[in-house]
Structures are given as C-alpha cells and as structure tokens.
Design a protein around this ligand. Structure first.
Ligand code: SAH
Length: 252
C-alpha cells in the first residue's frame, strides 16, 4: 500500500479557523507529527500516534515523516497558520530534494491554512488591500544582511510589509533595527500595527506609527504590519480605528 504524507496548516489558533479539509485529513491520519504546541491543539483519535518534536528540528521531522509514510502509513505533519508560509511544507520538499528515493510511492499533499498576516489583517481592517510582501526577521536560516536588503527594497517599492518572527528571547532587538532601516525610507507617521496572539484568549492589537513603533510590545507571537505610504486609518463606531490600504495608487 502507498503511504500518504500531508502537510497541514492549522491556522493561527482557534479551531473555527481550521479548514474542514485540514480537520478531515488530521482525523484520518495514522501518525501526526509536529511541534508540541500545535499537537496540543488536537485531540488524538483512538489508535492515532502523536509524535512531538522540537521546533528547531524541521528538516529531521520532515525526513522522519517521509520514512513513516514510506512504510504505508497515513502521516500528517502539522504547522501553525499555513504550512507553506515560513513552515513545514518547504522543509518536506527540501527533504525530498535531498533524498528523492525517500518519496518513492508516497502521495504528498499540502493542505492550506489561514496564515497569521491574513488573520491579523482581518482584525485590523484591510491593511493588505493593495500590494504587500512578507519578510521573516529570523536570521536562523538566512544572513541578517539579506533581511536588511529586503526591508530596504520593500520599503522603497512601497509594499505593505508583514514581518513574521519579529522578535524572540534570543533576538529581542532586531525588530528595532528593522524599524530603524524602514525609518530611513518611510515617513514617521507610517501606520504600524502589532497583532499579538491573534485568535487566542490573550489576543491584542496595537495600532501606532513608525515613529512610536519601538515602544510597542512585540514577541514571537506577534506579526507586525508596516503600512505603505497610502495606508490610512479611519474611525469606525465606538471610536474604533480601522486601517486600510486603498486598492488604487494615485498617480501624481
Ligand atoms: N506558518 C505560520 C508562520 C510560522 S512563523 C503562518 O502561516 O502563520 C511564526 C510566526 O508567525 C510568529 O513569530 C508570528 O510572527 C506569526 N504568528 C503565528 N501565529 C500567530 C498568531 N496567532 N498571532 C500573531 N502572529 C502569529
């Protein structure tokens, strides 16, 4: 019997943001692999094996998933958000790239999920209403010089910029450096939104400006959206601020 390996996105947190397809795939799996905090969001069905691993061992987990699938099992690897956005799907294909024989006879699929920036954008209004890009600030897998270059060029190209992995205990200050670089190109009044733990009980959204961004709370559970020059704030009911980026660019 051929094995199956599906890399599944669980969305940013709440179960109602897990797609029915992702849910169905997880519930029919023999083995579910993933970082323990993602596995904790699921209830194992009878006979199902849950295998937790460290978040930093992505390639090893991908290889292990392929090995289990090649024995004919139905294997699921879970990711938060979307599995293709700074997550496990690329690690699985990298493992296949490294050892193509491993994937022989395995039916590989990717099941999409709601990525953090989309969930955050929905809370904030429509900040991604026009051209945008996503940059991970983690320099575990790429040099900081590359990140600096991408920040600079994305700012120059007027993209709204979603910053994933903005800060961690090991990297508390790089986000400040990122704001410094962006401030050399973008105006101080540029809107910056911090969306923390979106969809969780302790969710918080803070809308500020580039000039004041350094004062905001930012950690591994935060995605930061830096507005483009045309991103605007409007007042909704009860004093609520909505942020949107118009769908047009005014030609001067
Ligand atoms: N595959 C995931 C991203 C993994 S990188 C996705 O598609 O969302 C991890 C980063 O995602 C975190 O550092 C944070 O920037 C962001 N993130 C994940 N879940 C989040 C949430 N519930 N609220 C805010 N940001 C989140």
């Amino acid at each position: 019997m051929n094995g199956q390996l599906t890399i599944v996105g669980l969305g940013p947190g709440p179960s109602e943001w897990i797609t029915p397809a992702a849910d169905a795939t997880v519930s029919t799996a023999d083995v579910v692999l993933g970082y323990e905090s993602y596995l904790a969001r699921l209830t194992p069905r009878r006979g199902q094996v849950f295998e937790a691993s460290d978040n930093r061992e992505e390639l090893a987990r991908a290889k292990r998933a392929l090995e289990i699938a090649s024995s004919g099992k139905r294997v699921v690897v879970v990711s938060g958000g979307d599995p293709g956005v700074f997550a496990m799907a690329a690690a699985v294909f990298e493992a296949v790239d490294n050892a193509p024989d491993l994937a022989n006879d395995i039916d590989i699929r990717v099941e999409p999920g709601v990525t953090a920036m989309l969930a955050a954008a929905a809370r904030i209004g429509a900040p991604l209403g026009h051209d945008f890009c996503a940059i991970s600030l983690s320099d575990n897998l790429k040099p900081w010089a590359t990140i600096e270059k991408r920040l600079r060029l994305a700012a120059e190209a007027d993209f709204v910029i979603a910053l994933y992995n903005p800060a961690s205990k090991a990297r508390p200050d790089q986000i400040q450096e990122a704001f410094r670089i962006l401030s050399t190109i973008r105006a101080p009044e540029t809107i910056v939104a911090f969306a923390r733990a979106v969809g969780r009980a302790d969710e918080s959204i803070e809308i500020t400006t580039l000039a004041d961004a350094a004062k905001a709370t930012c950690d591994m559970r935060t995605v930061v959206l830096v507005g483009s020059p045309s991103t605007r704030a409007v007042q909704g009911s009860h004093g609520r601020t909505w942020v949107y980026t118009p769908r047009f660019v005014r030609v001067a």
